[in-house]
Design a protein around this ligand. Structure first.
Ligand code: URA
Length: 413
């Protein structure tokens, strides 16, 4: 898989939609403050970056981040865990000029400042741990790479320690200390915040884990499934289909992938003949093969309605397990789970637009998506197979991690 810093992606940090270039002049905040373009500050002894929202009045007067009430709360709390904010960390902000009247910076201002200052600083310092304090910091550190939903919902981001594969650092979002100040340092919020900071700071000692590139083996003859069927161990599978639901006439499964290891999968376009699909049907029916999927009711419904087979041997649903482990809304999707667990951002942007059905279509979940249009493009089949393969591998990796965390004894290795 291409890394994040491909040409296209690097350009996207500096240029927004439609080739928009982000600059200080385009933002203009520097014209209205005492300390324009505030520099990152701190001795950075422990390799931690603390990213806040924007300088306030005191910071603007003194020319350094985190000098006011919120900064004092942050300093006191970090000290409990043996960290000195200005000696052990580098401090900077999503927006590095004070917005008038301390108003919240706009997403536009965050984009400008990310490009000019914040992202460059993170690349230059190469922190081991990046603590993102509040929504603006999350928007700055993650938002531009997150195509599905914006990063404005801090509730779902806080608390994760993300081994970010682009930044090669542990990215740890949490509340902004001003929010805790405004809440009167409410006990429950303080407990969550301190827990988040504690977990983040623990990561200073832990090596950042590189996520290995999975091998996606593209196959067209499925007879090999008859020989893997007897082997014990967990197998994940994932379909790409013409809609979310299979019930309207004409819907088809176009591609599928099966993983039996965390680093490898087989990916294939669905064979057009009954004989070609027969090994898959036998494999699905075989209760000796322990199976998993991310949201098994999807794969089950498509297998039943289109391939006319009842899937046997269901062992794990990584979406359900994600919800069991953490029941916050909006976090159990595979893309979100892949990022927060393995630090891999947005491996689906090539195909996303084709796999979405029209919102509010009268057919509901049975509304067709545009996968067939994508498959007709010269590179379409490869894109779909790579995408379905990555889904199968990431859900497999996720299941292994969940089993470990839940103490489940079905560990095939
Ligand atoms: N709040 C922030 O977000 N950053 C600072 O530097 C100070 C207060």
């Amino acid at each position: 898989m291409e890394g994040f810093f491909t040409r296209k992606q690097t350009e996207s940090i500096n240029a927004g939609a439609g080739g928009r270039v982000y600059t200080c002049a385009g933002c203009g905040l520097y014209r209205h403050c005492e300390s324009p373009r505030m520099k990152p500050y701190g001795e950075f002894k422990k390799g931690i970056a603390c990213v806040g929202e924007a300088p306030g009045q005191v910071e603007d007067e003194r020319g350094r981040p985190w000098q006011g009430k919120a900064g004092r709360l942050l300093q006191r709390t970090l000290r409990k865990y043996g960290v000195d904010l200005f000696r052990d960390c580098i401090t900077l902000n999503a927006v590095n000029c004070r917005p008038p009247d301390n108003r919240t910076p706009t997403p536009e201002e965050i984009n400008h400042c990310r490009s000019v200052r914040t992202w460059k600083a993170l690349q230059q310092y190469q922190p081991r741990v990046i603590i993102l304090l509040g929504s603006a910091a999350v928007e700055s550190g993650i938002g531009h790479r997150w195509s599905g939903s914006r990063s404005d919902n801090l509730a779902k981001w806080r608390g994760w320690t993300i081994p970010d594969q682009d930044l090669k650092a542990w990215v740890c979002p949490t509340y902004h200390p001003s929010y805790l100040e405004r809440s009167g340092q409410r006990r429950e919020l303080m407990t969550l915040w301190e827990g988040d900071l504690d977990r983040a700071l623990e990561k200073v000692k832990e090596p950042w884990p590189r996520s290995a590139e999975p091998e996606i083996e593209i196959v067209d003859d499925l007879s090999f499934l008859d020989s893997v069927a007897g082997s014990s161990g967990l197998m994940s599978f994932d379909y790409e289909t013409t809609a979310i639901k299979p019930h309207a006439p004409g819907h088809r499964i176009r591609a599928a992938a099966i993983a039996s290891r965390p680093d490898h999968c087989w990916a294939f376009l669905m064979p057009r003949t009954k004989a070609g699909r027969a090994p898959l049907r036998r494999w699905l029916k075989n209760r000796e093969v322990a199976k998993m999927a991310h949201n098994i009711k999807f794969e089950h419904a498509w297998s039943y309605n289109i391939l006319k087979v009842q899937v046997r041997g269901w062992e794990w649903d990584s979406m359900l397990a994600a919800h069991l482990l953490d029941n916050r809304p909006g976090i159990s999707g595979l893309k979100f789970q892949t990022y927060v667990n393995f630090g891999v951002v947005d491996y689906s942007s090539d195909v996303d637009q084709y796999l979405r059905s029209a919102p509010n279509a009268p057919e509901g979940g049975n509304a067709p998506n545009r996968i067939d249009k994508l498959l007709k493009q010269p590179s379409g089949p490869d894109k779909v197979l790579r995408y379905v393969g990555l889904d199968a591998v990431y859900e497999y990796r996720l299941a292994l991690r969940q089993m470990e965390r839940l103490g489940w004894d079905f560990l095939p290795f």
